[in-house]
Design a protein around this ligand. Structure first.
Ligand SMILES: [Mn+2]
Length: 267
């Protein structure tokens, strides 16, 4: 009985199948948590979704591309690589499954007592884990209750920094941007969303280079995808980047949380 966290699949269905085979995934005993971005860019996004939806032991946190797909389904607009999904016979079922996926999953291994905090992009140092969970839950509630409204309102890079007085769409937008799009942060946890490289612009650092009480806990591991150009290199064993750029002809990577072993397949 093992739990695996798997990085951004991005429609790479064949590689996903090869990875499940390599880890000898057994849907009767094992569990899979994906770091989001199941779809877009790659060739077989619909197959990835159908496979995951059919297996109760597979789930995901939401990534920015998953949210984009939800938006396209909500306005019934088939576009680019996502057209097939928007126009799929089971598009309603896909919408229902995807929109009920969380932004944050916490799971522990009972033998090692290690705790794993799984998001698509990460959690900024300004939020305690409890706070992050509350905010993630608040957005999930809104996604269920007012899905078309929030899916329309969440686009854009403003506000740049978190502020306790934010409300409504601005609040939801920045929470979603931290959880699903963050890479570099400046002072006051200001999001630098333009830079997708690994080289920080002046005044900003990777989010996991900041300090917080939660980041320092020895038995806690932050597991995320999204930042493909990092290729898993965070230089800190407590921050585990799993997007190893499969869709860019890199690798698809799984982390077995029981023993922190990483297993990959090549594109
Ligand atoms: Mn992403």
């Amino acid at each position: 009985m093992s739990t695996y966290v798997i990085g951004d699949v991005h429609g790479c269905f064949d590689q996903f199948m090869r990875l499940l085979k390599k880890i000898e995934y057994d849907s009767k005993k094992d569990q899979i948590i994906l770091t989001g971005d199941l779809v877009n860019r790659g060739p077989k996004s619909l197959a990835v979704l159908n496979y995951c939806m059919a297996d109760k032991n597979i789930t995901t946190v939401l990534g920015n591309h998953d949210l984009y797909l939800l938006y396209l389904i909500s306005i019934n607009k088939g576009q680019g690589k996502l057209k097939k999904i928007v126009e799929a016979e089971n598009n309603k079922q896909i919408f229902e499954w995807l929109i009920t996926r969380p932004l944050l999953i916490q799971t522990s291994n009972h033998l090692t007592n290690n705790k794993f905090i799984i998001t698509h992009a990460g959690i900024p140092e300004i939020w305690s884990l409890e706070k992050a969970q509350d905010l993630a839950d608040e957005v999930s509630q809104e996604l269920t209750d007012n899905s078309s409204k929030i899916l329309k309102a969440m686009w854009g890079d403003d506000p740049k920094s978190w502020n306790e007085s934010l409300t409504g769409n601005k609040k939801y937008r920045i929470i979603i941007n931290y959880f699903t799009r963050m890479r570099f942060l400046g002072n006051d946890a200001a999001l630098d969303l333009k830079n997708t490289s690994t080289k920080a612009s002046k005044g900003s650092k990777p989010w996991f280079h900041y300090e917080s009480a939660s980041y320092k806990k020895m038995n806690q591991y932050y597991v995320f995808g999204h930042w493909a150009s990092l290729n898993g290199k965070t230089e800190n064993p407590h921050f585990i980047g799993l997007d190893t750029g499969c869709v860019w002809k890199g690798k698809l990577t799984a982390l077995r949380i029981d023993d922190l072993e990483k297993i990959s397949v090549k594109y």
